[in-house]
Design a protein around this ligand. Structure first.
Ligand code: ADP
Ligand code: MG
Length: 457
């Protein structure tokens, strides 16, 4: 008994602070009476007139007024409604800053919401777990492992032309309807990794269902954790989906696992940050995005990558693919710009290629991985370079050739490209139900580069 009294419990609030809703506008609520003990990022609970409690997060202060945004809907909340904030002792408060999530191995195979609640009707998640910080910093640079060995992505065009190492982070730039979800589903099923963590941020509910049922399928889902915030959820929920997924990936990484993280899309994450920033009174700067978006974005992306080296000299890895929506080839779009600068490579998918029926619709010439050529053998690099050069010649000349304006024999380089390009294009094609390993990919490319015997003319 004495001991129980002598050891203070950190997880029990030392008091509850009460405030009041003074104003409501659009997406934000003004609260009085909380300013002295709360800070940005603190979560408060608002009691609606109907008795429903809504969680909200403080995003700004104006004088003595705290501005909060709700995680759910503000329906039933009016002026004068009560808002409460649980006070913890300083050390506990520091630990809780930004929120924590209890992650458990049993999350694999499940679809969850950004608060860590099940959304798949498969019953409750296993209780307990390891607390993971939602806003954890990336591992310290000095302790962070180097990139791991090559990772087999299971997709030929990526294995060959954006070859990756474990812990590498790539951007996937694509418009809508060019096959992004299909490609992500293939990666989730075929990449040689221990766990896949998939964040679906701001897609419509129908698209989410299609992705989980058709693109991922039962086999992909079995080794994945899927975190979903649909387009109709609040901006805080959409933002949180990215953090919950990242914290989950870090949980598995810290077990020394090779994690594949897929985020679709980082554009929608930035749009959620924009809504939050604007609601808290930040000025719009670049194309409506307030400056805080471009401070927050690298903080999220930097968390993917190699983990810290453990006492055994090993480290887990988060290999990541972040999708960016590009409409109408707008490459000055600020999110695309920012992402390209931060990551270690990019994959560009194009509508023109999809329309021609070549899936996955990756434009090889515009895609690159920064670990190539270092991660390949000399022989593999030679194959890739040769194929790139043939594709470039073909790309440049194909209109002329089709129009009959090119005469065979004018340029041996072009002649060769004309002969091998169709075979290379065939290697780039891959049906959604087919897996292609790294060695198979290079073997297929080597075969394609041997020009077929010239037809007798
Ligand atoms: N690897 C593929 N093989 C054949 N068809 C594909 C492939 N990838 C995409 N498609 C076609 O493209 C359509 C749109 O793909 P989807 O992945 O839903 O695009 P996005 O997510 O970019 O909107 C699919 O319905 C399918 O018909
Ligand atoms: Mg899609």
């Amino acid at each position: 008994m004495r001991e129980a009294v002598a050891t203070p419990r950190h997880d029990v609030p030392v008091g509850v602070l009460e405030g009041q809703v003074t104003a409501l506008s659009g997406l934000s609520v003004s609260l009085s009476g909380l300013a002295d003990f709360t800070g940005v990022g603190d979560r408060v609970s608002i009691l609606g007139l109907d008795g429903r409690e809504t969680e909200a997060e403080i995003v700004a202060f104006r004088g003595e007024t705290a501005i909060a945004m709700p995680y759910g809907s503000l329906e039933g909340v009016g002026s004068g409604c009560r808002a409460t904030f649980s006070l913890f002792d300083p050390s506990e408060r520091k630990r809780r800053a930004g929120g924590t999530l209890l992650v458990n191995d049993g999350w694999q195979g499940r679809v969850i919401d950004p608060m860590g609640r099940p959304m798949d009707g498969k019953g409750p998640l296993p209780p307990d777990g390891t607390p993971q910080r939602l806003h954890a910093p990336p591992p310290e640079a000095a302790r962070r492992a180097r990139l791991g060995p090559r990772i087999d992505l299971g997709v030929r065009v990526l294995n060959l032309f954006t070859t990756c190492r474990q812990g590498q982070r790539l951007g996937l730039f694509a418009g809508s309807g060019v096959g992004k979800s299909t490609l992500m589903g293939m990666l989730a099923r075929y990449t040689a990794c221990d766990v896949a963590v998939i964040a679906l941020v701001g897609e419509r509910g129908r698209e989410v269902r299609e992705f989980i049922e058709d693109d991922l399928g039962p086999e992909g889902l079995a080794r994945s954790v899927v975190v979903v915030a649909t387009s109709d959820s609040s901006p805080l929920m959409r933002r949180e989906a990215a953090y919950t997924a990242m914290a989950t990936a870090e949980y598995f990484r810290d077990q020394g696992k090779s994690v594949l993280m897929l985020m679709d899309s980082v554009t929608r994450f930035c749009q959620a940050l924009r809504e939050i920033g604007l609601s808290s009174g930040e000025p719009p700067a670049t194309r409506g995005y307030p400056p805080s978006v471009f401070a927050e974005l690298p903080r999220l992306l930097e968390r993917a990558g190699p983990g810290a080296v453990g006492p055994d000299g090993k480290a887990g890895q988060i290999t990541a693919m972040f999708s960016v929506l590009v409409e109408g080839d707008d490459h000055n779009e600020p999110v695309a710009d920012a992402v390209r600068g931060i990551l270690d490579g990019h994959v560009v998918m194009e509508r023109r290629i999809a329309e021609a029926g070549r899936y996955p619709a990756v434009n090889v010439l515009r895609s690159l991985s920064r670990t190539v050529p270092g991660c390949n053998s000399a022989e593999e690099n030679k194959l890739v370079q040769e194929a790139r050069s043939d594709l470039a010649s073909w790309d440049e000349m194909q209109d002329m050739v089709r129009l009959g304006a090119y005469r065979a024999g004018n340029d041996p380089k072009v002649d060769k490209a004309i002969r091998v390009a169709p075979a290379i294009e065939d290697v780039l094609k891959q049906s959604r139900n087919e897996r292609a390993t790294l060695p198979e990919s290079f073997e297929a490319l080597a075969r394609a580069l041997v020009p077929p015997p010239q037809a007798a003319s």
